[in-house]
Design a protein around this ligand. Structure first.
Ligand SMILES: Cc1ncc(COP(=O)(O)O)c(C=O)c1O
Ligand SMILES: [Zn+2]
Length: 485
Protein backbone atom coordinates (compact mmCIF):
# COMPACT_ATOMS: atom_id res chain seq x y z
CA UNK A 1 0.00 0.00 0.00
CA UNK A 2 1.46 3.40 -0.84
CA UNK A 3 1.53 6.20 1.68
CA UNK A 4 -1.61 7.98 0.57
CA UNK A 5 -3.56 4.75 1.06
CA UNK A 6 -2.32 4.06 4.55
CA UNK A 7 -4.82 4.38 7.38
CA UNK A 8 -3.60 6.92 9.96
CA UNK A 9 -2.01 5.71 13.19
CA UNK A 10 -3.14 8.66 15.31
CA UNK A 11 -5.90 7.92 17.82
CA UNK A 12 -7.58 10.71 19.75
CA UNK A 13 -9.11 10.75 23.21
CA UNK A 14 -12.69 11.72 22.60
CA UNK A 15 -15.44 12.63 25.02
CA UNK A 16 -18.83 14.33 25.08
CA UNK A 17 -18.78 17.80 26.57
CA UNK A 18 -21.93 19.56 27.74
CA UNK A 19 -22.10 23.15 26.53
CA UNK A 20 -24.31 24.22 29.43
CA UNK A 21 -22.67 22.78 32.56
CA UNK A 22 -19.30 21.61 31.25
CA UNK A 23 -19.81 17.99 32.36
CA UNK A 24 -17.98 15.40 30.27
CA UNK A 25 -18.98 11.83 29.42
CA UNK A 26 -17.13 8.90 27.90
CA UNK A 27 -17.91 7.91 24.34
CA UNK A 28 -18.49 4.21 24.86
CA UNK A 29 -22.21 4.88 25.27
CA UNK A 30 -24.61 6.95 23.16
CA UNK A 31 -25.45 10.34 24.65
CA UNK A 32 -27.50 13.06 23.03
CA UNK A 33 -28.13 15.48 25.87
CA UNK A 34 -26.42 15.96 29.19
CA UNK A 35 -27.83 13.59 31.85
CA UNK A 36 -27.00 16.28 34.45
CA UNK A 37 -28.62 19.36 32.95
CA UNK A 38 -30.19 18.47 29.57
CA UNK A 39 -27.69 20.65 27.65
CA UNK A 40 -26.38 19.77 24.19
CA UNK A 41 -23.03 18.10 23.64
CA UNK A 42 -20.13 18.68 21.37
CA UNK A 43 -17.58 15.92 20.93
CA UNK A 44 -14.02 16.92 21.64
CA UNK A 45 -10.67 15.25 21.24
CA UNK A 46 -8.68 16.10 24.36
CA UNK A 47 -5.50 15.21 22.48
CA UNK A 48 -6.27 17.67 19.66
CA UNK A 49 -3.42 20.03 20.55
CA UNK A 50 -0.94 17.15 20.14
CA UNK A 51 -1.77 17.26 16.42
CA UNK A 52 0.01 20.62 16.27
CA UNK A 53 3.14 18.93 17.64
CA UNK A 54 2.92 16.13 15.09
CA UNK A 55 2.91 18.48 12.09
CA UNK A 56 2.77 22.19 11.42
CA UNK A 57 0.04 23.67 9.21
CA UNK A 58 1.88 23.09 5.92
CA UNK A 59 2.67 19.54 7.07
CA UNK A 60 -1.01 18.76 7.58
CA UNK A 61 -1.88 20.35 4.26
CA UNK A 62 0.54 18.03 2.55
CA UNK A 63 -0.97 14.97 4.21
CA UNK A 64 -4.54 15.92 3.31
CA UNK A 65 -3.54 16.86 -0.23
CA UNK A 66 -1.80 13.52 -0.71
CA UNK A 67 -4.86 11.67 0.59
CA UNK A 68 -7.07 13.35 -2.00
CA UNK A 69 -5.74 10.77 -4.45
CA UNK A 70 -6.31 7.72 -2.27
CA UNK A 71 -8.15 4.62 -3.41
CA UNK A 72 -8.57 3.43 0.17
CA UNK A 73 -12.32 3.87 0.62
CA UNK A 74 -11.90 4.40 4.38
CA UNK A 75 -10.08 7.65 3.52
CA UNK A 76 -11.67 8.53 0.22
CA UNK A 77 -14.79 10.30 1.49
CA UNK A 78 -15.16 12.54 4.51
CA UNK A 79 -12.46 10.65 6.42
CA UNK A 80 -9.73 12.19 4.31
CA UNK A 81 -9.66 14.47 7.36
CA UNK A 82 -9.73 11.56 9.82
CA UNK A 83 -7.51 13.12 12.50
CA UNK A 84 -9.76 16.20 12.71
CA UNK A 85 -13.06 14.37 12.99
CA UNK A 86 -13.48 11.01 14.73
CA UNK A 87 -9.99 9.57 15.24
CA UNK A 88 -11.29 6.71 17.34
CA UNK A 89 -12.66 4.69 14.43
CA UNK A 90 -10.86 1.78 12.83
CA UNK A 91 -10.76 1.36 9.06
CA UNK A 92 -13.12 -1.63 9.28
CA UNK A 93 -15.81 0.59 10.92
CA UNK A 94 -15.85 3.21 8.22
CA UNK A 95 -18.76 3.23 5.81
CA UNK A 96 -18.16 4.79 2.44
CA UNK A 97 -21.10 5.28 0.08
CA UNK A 98 -19.39 7.93 -2.03
CA UNK A 99 -20.16 10.89 0.21
CA UNK A 100 -18.09 14.05 0.36
CA UNK A 101 -15.67 15.53 -2.13
CA UNK A 102 -18.54 17.37 -3.81
CA UNK A 103 -17.71 19.80 -6.59
CA UNK A 104 -17.38 23.54 -6.17
CA UNK A 105 -18.71 25.20 -9.30
CA UNK A 106 -17.84 28.80 -10.06
CA UNK A 107 -20.79 30.84 -11.28
CA UNK A 108 -21.00 32.09 -14.85
CA UNK A 109 -19.99 35.64 -15.62
CA UNK A 110 -23.62 36.45 -16.27
CA UNK A 111 -24.76 35.27 -12.84
CA UNK A 112 -21.87 37.03 -11.12
CA UNK A 113 -22.80 40.23 -12.92
CA UNK A 114 -26.36 39.88 -11.66
CA UNK A 115 -25.21 39.20 -8.10
CA UNK A 116 -22.53 41.90 -8.23
CA UNK A 117 -20.21 39.51 -6.42
CA UNK A 118 -17.90 36.63 -7.32
CA UNK A 119 -19.59 33.41 -6.26
CA UNK A 120 -19.45 29.64 -6.42
CA UNK A 121 -21.75 26.82 -5.34
CA UNK A 122 -20.61 23.75 -3.49
CA UNK A 123 -22.99 21.09 -4.74
CA UNK A 124 -23.67 19.04 -1.65
CA UNK A 125 -26.73 17.70 -3.40
CA UNK A 126 -24.28 15.47 -5.25
CA UNK A 127 -23.92 13.31 -2.14
CA UNK A 128 -25.42 9.78 -2.35
CA UNK A 129 -28.84 10.57 -0.87
CA UNK A 130 -28.85 13.99 -2.50
CA UNK A 131 -27.97 16.18 0.48
CA UNK A 132 -25.20 17.18 2.88
CA UNK A 133 -26.75 14.99 5.56
CA UNK A 134 -24.75 12.06 4.18
CA UNK A 135 -21.57 13.59 5.59
CA UNK A 136 -22.95 13.43 9.11
CA UNK A 137 -24.54 10.02 8.62
CA UNK A 138 -21.30 8.50 7.28
CA UNK A 139 -19.66 9.50 10.55
CA UNK A 140 -22.58 8.64 12.86
CA UNK A 141 -23.09 5.22 11.26
CA UNK A 142 -19.38 4.45 11.25
CA UNK A 143 -19.32 5.20 14.96
CA UNK A 144 -22.44 3.13 15.52
CA UNK A 145 -20.84 0.22 13.71
CA UNK A 146 -17.79 0.68 15.92
CA UNK A 147 -19.99 0.42 19.04
CA UNK A 148 -21.91 -2.57 17.69
CA UNK A 149 -18.62 -4.35 17.01
CA UNK A 150 -17.21 -3.43 20.42
CA UNK A 151 -20.24 -4.30 22.51
CA UNK A 152 -21.77 -7.03 20.36
CA UNK A 153 -25.11 -5.15 20.37
CA UNK A 154 -28.11 -6.84 18.80
CA UNK A 155 -31.23 -5.19 17.39
CA UNK A 156 -30.22 -1.54 17.23
CA UNK A 157 -33.12 0.76 16.33
CA UNK A 158 -31.90 3.96 14.67
CA UNK A 159 -34.40 6.78 14.82
CA UNK A 160 -34.67 10.38 13.64
CA UNK A 161 -37.10 13.20 13.10
CA UNK A 162 -36.68 14.90 9.78
CA UNK A 163 -37.71 17.60 7.38
CA UNK A 164 -36.94 14.98 4.73
CA UNK A 165 -33.23 14.84 4.07
CA UNK A 166 -32.04 13.52 7.43
CA UNK A 167 -34.38 10.54 7.12
CA UNK A 168 -33.34 9.90 3.51
CA UNK A 169 -29.69 9.80 4.57
CA UNK A 170 -30.31 7.80 7.76
CA UNK A 171 -32.36 5.19 5.91
CA UNK A 172 -29.76 4.88 3.16
CA UNK A 173 -26.83 4.29 5.51
CA UNK A 174 -28.84 1.94 7.76
CA UNK A 175 -29.87 -0.12 4.75
CA UNK A 176 -26.25 -0.49 3.67
CA UNK A 177 -25.08 -1.54 7.13
CA UNK A 178 -28.03 -3.92 7.53
CA UNK A 179 -28.26 -6.27 10.49
CA UNK A 180 -28.41 -5.48 13.44
CA UNK A 181 -29.58 -1.97 12.49
CA UNK A 182 -33.21 -1.15 11.80
CA UNK A 183 -34.12 2.32 10.55
CA UNK A 184 -37.17 4.22 11.79
CA UNK A 185 -37.92 7.77 10.67
CA UNK A 186 -40.54 10.25 11.85
CA UNK A 187 -41.76 12.78 9.31
CA UNK A 188 -44.26 15.64 9.56
CA UNK A 189 -47.17 14.43 7.43
CA UNK A 190 -47.47 16.37 4.18
CA UNK A 191 -44.43 18.56 4.99
CA UNK A 192 -41.76 16.68 3.08
CA UNK A 193 -41.53 16.51 -0.69
CA UNK A 194 -42.69 13.35 -2.51
CA UNK A 195 -39.08 12.64 -3.48
CA UNK A 196 -37.93 12.90 0.14
CA UNK A 197 -40.74 10.59 1.27
CA UNK A 198 -39.85 8.08 -1.44
CA UNK A 199 -36.24 7.85 -0.29
CA UNK A 200 -36.63 6.18 3.15
CA UNK A 201 -39.45 4.06 1.74
CA UNK A 202 -37.15 2.86 -1.01
CA UNK A 203 -34.39 2.10 1.51
CA UNK A 204 -36.82 -0.08 3.43
CA UNK A 205 -37.10 2.07 6.57
CA UNK A 206 -40.16 2.15 8.79
CA UNK A 207 -41.66 5.56 8.00
CA UNK A 208 -43.94 7.05 10.67
CA UNK A 209 -45.94 10.17 9.86
CA UNK A 210 -46.82 12.70 12.55
CA UNK A 211 -49.36 15.53 12.18
CA UNK A 212 -47.70 18.93 12.59
CA UNK A 213 -44.25 20.22 11.71
CA UNK A 214 -40.67 19.06 12.27
CA UNK A 215 -40.55 20.51 15.78
CA UNK A 216 -43.44 18.16 16.76
CA UNK A 217 -41.57 15.12 15.41
CA UNK A 218 -38.40 16.20 17.20
CA UNK A 219 -40.18 16.22 20.57
CA UNK A 220 -41.35 12.62 20.01
CA UNK A 221 -37.88 11.30 19.15
CA UNK A 222 -36.34 13.26 22.03
CA UNK A 223 -38.79 11.59 24.38
CA UNK A 224 -37.91 8.21 22.93
CA UNK A 225 -34.17 8.86 23.20
CA UNK A 226 -34.59 9.98 26.83
CA UNK A 227 -36.54 6.86 27.88
CA UNK A 228 -35.73 4.00 25.53
CA UNK A 229 -32.80 2.25 23.90
CA UNK A 230 -32.69 3.88 20.49
CA UNK A 231 -29.83 5.36 18.48
CA UNK A 232 -30.85 8.95 17.74
CA UNK A 233 -29.58 10.25 14.43
CA UNK A 234 -30.66 13.86 14.56
CA UNK A 235 -27.91 16.44 14.75
CA UNK A 236 -28.21 16.32 18.54
CA UNK A 237 -25.98 13.33 17.91
CA UNK A 238 -22.51 14.90 18.07
CA UNK A 239 -21.05 12.38 15.59
CA UNK A 240 -23.23 13.91 12.89
CA UNK A 241 -21.68 17.32 13.51
CA UNK A 242 -18.17 15.87 13.24
CA UNK A 243 -18.95 14.33 9.85
CA UNK A 244 -20.43 17.56 8.55
CA UNK A 245 -17.24 19.44 9.44
CA UNK A 246 -15.79 17.82 6.34
CA UNK A 247 -17.66 20.44 4.31
CA UNK A 248 -15.43 23.17 5.76
CA UNK A 249 -12.29 21.07 5.28
CA UNK A 250 -13.11 20.44 1.62
CA UNK A 251 -13.86 24.11 0.96
CA UNK A 252 -10.52 25.14 2.45
CA UNK A 253 -8.64 22.45 0.56
CA UNK A 254 -10.25 23.42 -2.75
CA UNK A 255 -8.99 26.97 -2.32
CA UNK A 256 -5.49 25.74 -1.42
CA UNK A 257 -6.14 26.46 2.25
CA UNK A 258 -6.51 30.17 1.62
CA UNK A 259 -9.73 31.37 3.20
CA UNK A 260 -8.94 35.09 3.11
CA UNK A 261 -11.51 37.09 1.10
CA UNK A 262 -14.05 34.26 1.25
CA UNK A 263 -17.57 34.26 2.63
CA UNK A 264 -19.29 30.94 3.27
CA UNK A 265 -23.11 31.01 3.12
CA UNK A 266 -25.10 28.34 4.94
CA UNK A 267 -28.90 28.01 5.29
CA UNK A 268 -29.95 27.50 8.90
CA UNK A 269 -32.70 25.13 10.02
CA UNK A 270 -31.84 23.01 13.04
CA UNK A 271 -28.45 24.80 12.98
CA UNK A 272 -26.43 21.59 12.83
CA UNK A 273 -24.77 22.45 9.56
CA UNK A 274 -23.71 25.97 10.45
CA UNK A 275 -22.34 24.56 13.73
CA UNK A 276 -20.29 21.99 11.85
CA UNK A 277 -19.00 24.49 9.30
CA UNK A 278 -17.83 26.91 11.98
CA UNK A 279 -16.31 24.16 14.09
CA UNK A 280 -14.47 22.82 11.03
CA UNK A 281 -12.90 26.16 10.14
CA UNK A 282 -11.94 26.72 13.78
CA UNK A 283 -10.09 23.40 13.87
CA UNK A 284 -8.17 24.23 10.69
CA UNK A 285 -7.28 27.61 12.13
CA UNK A 286 -6.09 26.13 15.45
CA UNK A 287 -3.67 23.84 13.66
CA UNK A 288 -2.40 26.60 11.37
CA UNK A 289 -3.78 24.77 8.33
CA UNK A 290 -5.60 27.98 7.39
CA UNK A 291 -4.45 31.42 8.41
CA UNK A 292 -7.67 33.34 7.85
CA UNK A 293 -11.16 32.44 8.95
CA UNK A 294 -13.74 32.95 6.22
CA UNK A 295 -16.79 35.09 6.92
CA UNK A 296 -19.70 32.85 7.85
CA UNK A 297 -23.14 34.05 6.84
CA UNK A 298 -26.16 32.09 8.00
CA UNK A 299 -29.40 32.55 6.08
CA UNK A 300 -32.98 32.13 7.32
CA UNK A 301 -36.39 32.64 5.80
CA UNK A 302 -38.62 35.23 7.48
CA UNK A 303 -40.99 32.26 7.97
CA UNK A 304 -38.52 30.38 10.23
CA UNK A 305 -35.98 32.79 11.66
CA UNK A 306 -35.17 32.29 15.37
CA UNK A 307 -31.40 32.48 14.85
CA UNK A 308 -31.69 35.65 12.75
CA UNK A 309 -33.91 37.24 15.41
CA UNK A 310 -31.38 36.42 18.11
CA UNK A 311 -28.38 37.95 16.33
CA UNK A 312 -30.42 40.90 15.09
CA UNK A 313 -30.58 42.24 18.65
CA UNK A 314 -27.78 44.35 20.15
CA UNK A 315 -25.13 42.00 21.59
CA UNK A 316 -25.81 42.90 25.21
CA UNK A 317 -29.59 42.49 24.92
CA UNK A 318 -29.85 39.21 23.02
CA UNK A 319 -32.59 36.87 24.13
CA UNK A 320 -33.30 33.59 22.37
CA UNK A 321 -36.91 32.69 21.67
CA UNK A 322 -38.26 29.87 19.47
CA UNK A 323 -40.62 30.99 16.69
CA UNK A 324 -43.75 29.41 15.25
CA UNK A 325 -42.88 28.50 11.69
CA UNK A 326 -44.95 29.39 8.63
CA UNK A 327 -44.90 27.47 5.33
CA UNK A 328 -41.59 27.89 3.56
CA UNK A 329 -40.20 26.73 0.23
CA UNK A 330 -36.96 26.24 2.16
CA UNK A 331 -38.95 23.47 3.79
CA UNK A 332 -35.91 21.54 4.97
CA UNK A 333 -34.96 24.52 7.13
CA UNK A 334 -38.49 25.19 8.40
CA UNK A 335 -37.58 24.83 12.06
CA UNK A 336 -38.72 27.14 14.85
CA UNK A 337 -36.60 25.85 17.73
CA UNK A 338 -33.20 24.72 16.44
CA UNK A 339 -31.65 22.03 18.59
CA UNK A 340 -28.12 23.23 17.88
CA UNK A 341 -28.72 26.85 18.82
CA UNK A 342 -26.53 26.62 21.99
CA UNK A 343 -23.74 25.22 19.81
CA UNK A 344 -24.05 28.16 17.43
CA UNK A 345 -23.78 30.66 20.27
CA UNK A 346 -20.78 28.84 21.74
CA UNK A 347 -18.92 28.69 18.41
CA UNK A 348 -19.80 32.21 17.28
CA UNK A 349 -18.20 33.52 20.48
CA UNK A 350 -15.01 31.60 19.69
CA UNK A 351 -15.13 32.63 16.05
CA UNK A 352 -15.46 36.30 16.91
CA UNK A 353 -12.76 36.14 19.56
CA UNK A 354 -10.37 35.01 16.85
CA UNK A 355 -11.39 37.91 14.63
CA UNK A 356 -13.78 35.85 12.50
CA UNK A 357 -16.95 37.42 11.14
CA UNK A 358 -20.39 35.86 11.61
CA UNK A 359 -23.73 37.24 10.47
CA UNK A 360 -27.23 35.93 9.95
CA UNK A 361 -29.42 37.45 7.25
CA UNK A 362 -33.14 37.08 6.77
CA UNK A 363 -34.73 36.63 3.35
CA UNK A 364 -38.29 36.53 2.00
CA UNK A 365 -39.93 33.47 0.47
CA UNK A 366 -40.21 35.21 -2.90
CA UNK A 367 -36.46 35.87 -2.82
CA UNK A 368 -35.65 32.25 -1.92
CA UNK A 369 -37.80 30.83 -4.69
CA UNK A 370 -36.51 33.21 -7.32
CA UNK A 371 -32.96 32.68 -6.05
CA UNK A 372 -33.25 28.98 -6.81
CA UNK A 373 -34.84 29.49 -10.23
CA UNK A 374 -32.32 32.14 -11.22
CA UNK A 375 -29.18 30.22 -10.30
CA UNK A 376 -30.47 27.04 -11.90
CA UNK A 377 -30.94 29.01 -15.12
CA UNK A 378 -27.20 29.55 -14.99
CA UNK A 379 -26.01 25.98 -14.74
CA UNK A 380 -26.48 25.22 -11.06
CA UNK A 381 -28.51 22.45 -9.42
CA UNK A 382 -29.54 24.23 -6.25
CA UNK A 383 -32.45 23.23 -4.05
CA UNK A 384 -34.65 25.83 -2.41
CA UNK A 385 -32.20 26.05 0.52
CA UNK A 386 -29.46 26.67 -2.05
CA UNK A 387 -31.70 29.40 -3.49
CA UNK A 388 -31.97 30.75 0.04
CA UNK A 389 -28.17 31.09 0.09
CA UNK A 390 -28.24 33.14 -3.11
CA UNK A 391 -30.97 35.38 -1.68
CA UNK A 392 -28.79 35.63 1.43
CA UNK A 393 -25.83 36.72 -0.66
CA UNK A 394 -27.84 39.56 -2.20
CA UNK A 395 -29.02 40.56 1.29
CA UNK A 396 -25.52 40.42 2.78
CA UNK A 397 -24.25 42.69 -0.01
CA UNK A 398 -27.05 45.13 0.60
CA UNK A 399 -26.22 45.15 4.32
CA UNK A 400 -22.54 45.85 3.61
CA UNK A 401 -21.35 42.55 5.13
CA UNK A 402 -19.12 41.74 2.15
CA UNK A 403 -16.07 43.30 0.56
CA UNK A 404 -16.43 43.74 -3.21
CA UNK A 405 -13.76 41.13 -3.95
CA UNK A 406 -15.01 38.52 -1.45
CA UNK A 407 -15.72 35.21 -3.12
CA UNK A 408 -19.07 33.93 -1.84
CA UNK A 409 -19.26 30.15 -1.47
CA UNK A 410 -22.88 29.08 -1.37
CA UNK A 411 -24.07 25.77 0.01
CA UNK A 412 -26.43 23.93 -2.35
CA UNK A 413 -27.37 21.67 0.54
CA UNK A 414 -29.55 19.31 -1.50
CA UNK A 415 -30.16 18.42 -5.12
CA UNK A 416 -32.68 20.56 -7.00
CA UNK A 417 -34.70 17.46 -7.93
CA UNK A 418 -35.67 16.83 -4.31
CA UNK A 419 -37.51 20.16 -4.20
CA UNK A 420 -38.69 20.38 -7.77
CA UNK A 421 -42.35 20.51 -6.70
CA UNK A 422 -41.77 24.10 -5.60
CA UNK A 423 -40.57 24.96 -9.10
CA UNK A 424 -43.78 23.42 -10.44
CA UNK A 425 -45.82 25.54 -8.02
CA UNK A 426 -44.04 28.67 -9.25
CA UNK A 427 -44.56 27.86 -12.90
CA UNK A 428 -48.20 26.93 -12.40
CA UNK A 429 -48.93 29.74 -9.92
CA UNK A 430 -50.31 27.29 -7.39
CA UNK A 431 -48.69 28.32 -4.12
CA UNK A 432 -50.98 28.38 -1.10
CA UNK A 433 -51.42 31.97 0.10
CA UNK A 434 -49.28 31.45 3.24
CA UNK A 435 -46.12 31.09 1.16
CA UNK A 436 -46.50 34.72 0.06
CA UNK A 437 -45.06 34.01 -3.37
CA UNK A 438 -46.35 35.63 -6.53
CA UNK A 439 -44.81 34.12 -9.66
CA UNK A 440 -43.45 36.61 -12.19
CA UNK A 441 -43.03 36.28 -15.96
CA UNK A 442 -39.24 36.58 -16.09
CA UNK A 443 -38.48 33.19 -14.58
CA UNK A 444 -41.55 31.41 -15.91
CA UNK A 445 -41.24 28.33 -18.08
CA UNK A 446 -43.67 25.70 -19.32
CA UNK A 447 -43.74 22.98 -21.96
CA UNK A 448 -45.44 24.00 -25.21
CA UNK A 449 -47.30 21.64 -27.47
CA UNK A 450 -45.47 21.32 -30.76
CA UNK A 451 -48.02 19.31 -32.67
CA UNK A 452 -51.39 17.82 -31.85
CA UNK A 453 -51.71 14.07 -31.27
CA UNK A 454 -54.42 13.93 -33.95
CA UNK A 455 -51.85 14.87 -36.63
CA UNK A 456 -50.07 11.63 -35.82
CA UNK A 457 -53.12 9.73 -36.99
CA UNK A 458 -53.56 11.88 -40.13
CA UNK A 459 -49.99 11.59 -41.42
CA UNK A 460 -47.56 8.81 -42.20
CA UNK A 461 -44.38 8.68 -40.12
CA UNK A 462 -42.19 10.62 -42.52
CA UNK A 463 -44.74 13.37 -43.12
CA UNK A 464 -45.36 13.66 -39.37
CA UNK A 465 -41.65 14.07 -38.67
CA UNK A 466 -41.37 16.72 -41.40
CA UNK A 467 -44.38 18.67 -40.20
CA UNK A 468 -43.17 18.58 -36.59
CA UNK A 469 -39.70 19.73 -37.69
CA UNK A 470 -41.15 22.54 -39.83
CA UNK A 471 -43.11 23.80 -36.87
CA UNK A 472 -39.83 24.02 -34.92
CA UNK A 473 -38.29 25.94 -37.84
CA UNK A 474 -41.20 28.34 -37.95
CA UNK A 475 -41.23 28.87 -34.21
CA UNK A 476 -37.48 29.51 -33.91
CA UNK A 477 -36.85 31.09 -37.32
CA UNK A 478 -33.99 28.62 -37.89
CA UNK A 479 -31.40 29.54 -40.51
CA UNK A 480 -30.56 27.08 -43.28
CA UNK A 481 -27.68 24.71 -42.45
CA UNK A 482 -25.62 26.15 -45.34
CA UNK A 483 -26.00 29.79 -44.25
CA UNK A 484 -22.97 31.24 -42.54
CA UNK A 485 -23.15 32.34 -38.89
C1 LIG B 1 -31.45 20.51 2.19
C2 LIG B 1 -31.29 21.12 3.53
N1 LIG B 1 -30.77 22.32 3.64
C3 LIG B 1 -30.61 22.90 4.84
C4 LIG B 1 -30.98 22.29 5.99
C5 LIG B 1 -30.74 22.98 7.28
O1 LIG B 1 -29.63 22.46 7.94
P1 LIG B 1 -29.55 22.44 9.50
O2 LIG B 1 -30.83 21.80 9.98
O3 LIG B 1 -28.34 21.64 9.84
O4 LIG B 1 -29.46 23.87 9.93
C6 LIG B 1 -31.53 21.02 5.94
C7 LIG B 1 -31.94 20.32 7.16
O5 LIG B 1 -32.81 19.47 7.16
C8 LIG B 1 -31.69 20.41 4.67
O6 LIG B 1 -32.22 19.21 4.54
ZN1 LIG C 1 -24.83 19.60 31.37
Amino acid sequence: MNQTNEFPSYRGTMRYKCLSCGATYPIDALYYTCPDCGGVFLLEDTSFSSLAEKHDGPGWRKIFDARAATKNTALRGIFRFYELMAPVLEAEDIIYLGEGNTPIVRASRELEAYAGQPLAYKNDGQNPSGSFKDRGMACAFSYLRHLVRKHGWKDVITICASTGDTSAAAALYASHVGDPLKSVVLLPKGKVTPQQLAQPLGSGALVLEVPGVFDDCMKVVEYLADHYRVALLNSKNGWRILGQESYAFEVAQWYDWNMGDKAVFVPIGNAGNVTAVMSGFLKLHRLGIIEDLPKIIGVQSSHADPVFKYYDQPAEARIYAPVKVRPSVAQAAMIGNPVSFPRVRFLVDQYEQLGGVFHVVQVREQEIMEGMLRVNRHGHIACTQGGECFAGLLKAREKGFLDPHDLAILDATAHALKFIGFQDMYFSNSFAREYEITPGRELHNAPQELIAASRKEDLDEQAFTREAAERVVARLGLADKHDHY
